[in-house]
Design a protein around this ligand. Sequence first.
Ligand SMILES: [Zn+2]
Length: 273
Amino acid sequence: MHTSKDNPFGILIYHRVAPHVEGVAAPTWNVTPDRLGRQLSGLMSRGYRPWPLRRAIECRRSGEAVPARTFVVTFDDGYDNVYHNAWPVLKELSIPATVFVATAYLDGRRPFAFDDWPAAGSDEVPDVAWKPLSTAHCSEMIESGLIEVGSHTHTHADLRGRPGIFRRDLVRSMEVLHDRLGLSDVSFAFPFGYFGSEMVAVTREVGAKCALTAEPKVVAPRDDPFAWGRFNVGRHDTAATLTLKLNGWYSMLRGVWRRLRPSSERRKAAAFQ
Ligand SMILES: [Zn+2]
């Protein structure tokens, strides 16, 4: 059937999935496992259906329609708590997801250099709250068929304006994914969501399957998979607020808000994205 109307869909970004530890500042970029379960099961009960990223790309490439209320789940950076805390929730709800891994940290025993949570690496919290994924845990999730692993570059450095270094870093990560996990034809997400036309061109040249940003907008029918936007999910998000994001309301309101704000505030807010 090619007659049904194509629909926009939304892609969600999670990072860390860890419980809070009493007496310690709440983890940054975090959604607790309980909250993750309530967000995703709430979306399902509202009629939203999760698709693997691969399927969304294939569907758009073949010109077939994406059904209304489709969404895609992604995790950036590659925290081991995705394996320990998110994967059980995803299995229980049969929700596919893509994990974008900064491959230099794979099997590492230190926190990500870009982890801005002061407790990361300290004895105050269990190491699963900040530790990077291992190759073994990635393999196990991939073998389940529910989880895809993609590239988030090798070093997760801010390489805006340095396309040559960006290219080497991205190629290195694709080599690691190939050598350790047997992956080829991998999807890609920009670290920090930073991108530009030069960087997008590099992702195409090196043969990534797509390049996802962190621009909070829905994927419209003719949008290029080399600049698909995604919505960050916060610890206060509920299924209800996520439906606003997935429906495009959030992008619209954000556009209005941006136009109304003085430019100094706009710059301040941009620094936190
Ligand atoms: Zn990242």
